[in-house]
Design a protein. Structure first.
Length: 205
């Protein structure tokens, strides 16, 4: 399976690129926000538990989110792989995800990180706010969100760097240009895997 963590700060373009990757590689999209809404709408045990916490203004614990991801993985075991969008957000979540995938004989293949300068991120978020009417997409809020990301989420990149799975991609350019860079990373990885498997099989003969 091809299991990709799509990584990047608010405004980096993860949503747009994840759609292209899903269409191109046949991946199943896993967004924790979508999972939460789906579990709550279906009134599952996990969904009801999460809703109770959210209604009380509390954060949904990692074990609940992981439980939802486990359900999604189990429902799509025959697919080509998964793209994790917006998760993991912390090193603890990354470790929990590794453990979950390991239970199924799988692992994260790559982390693809969209690299965009802070000022460009703020510009994008402000423009998005002007066109979408989202009140949280203003300059002050955008800078605060990016700061929180840098403090809490960026250490996840180091976690995957230690596993040699971190691959930064320039997030500036047209949608097609950025996707072509992502595509190149995935194709290079696939070519390396095929080469290693060929050499392994040749040595076994």
């Amino acid at each position: 399976m091809l299991n990709i963590v799509l990584f990047g700060p608010p405004g980096a373009g993860k949503g747009t690129q994840s759609e292209r990757m899903i269409a191109s590689f046949g991946l199943t999209h896993i967004s924790t926000g979508d999972l939460l809404r789906n579990e709550i709408a279906n009134k599952t045990e996990l969904g009801l538990s999460a809703k109770k916490l959210m209604d009380a203004g509390q954060l949904v614990p990692d074990e609940t989110v992981i439980g939802m991801i486990r359900n999604k993985l189990s429902a799509n075991e025959e697919g080509a792989g998964f793209i994790f969008d917006g998760f993991p957000r912390t090193v603890a979540q990354a470790k929990a995800l590794d453990e979950l995938l390991s239970e199924k004989g799988e692992e994260i293949t790559l982390m693809i990180a969209l690299d965009v300068a802070p000022d460009e991120l703020v510009k994008r978020l402000v423009i998005r706010g002007e066109t979408s009417g989202r009140s949280d997409d203003n300059e002050d809020t955008a800078r605060k969100r990016i700061e929180v990301y840098n403090q809490e989420t960026s250490p996840v990149a180091n976690y995957y760097k230690e596993q040699s799975k971190y691959h930064p991609v320039d997030g500036i350019g047209t949608i097609d240009e950025i996707f072509n860079r992502i595509n190149s990373v995935i194709n290079r990885f696939s070519a390396t895997v095929k080469k290693n498997n060929f050499e392994l099989n040749r040595n076994l003969v």
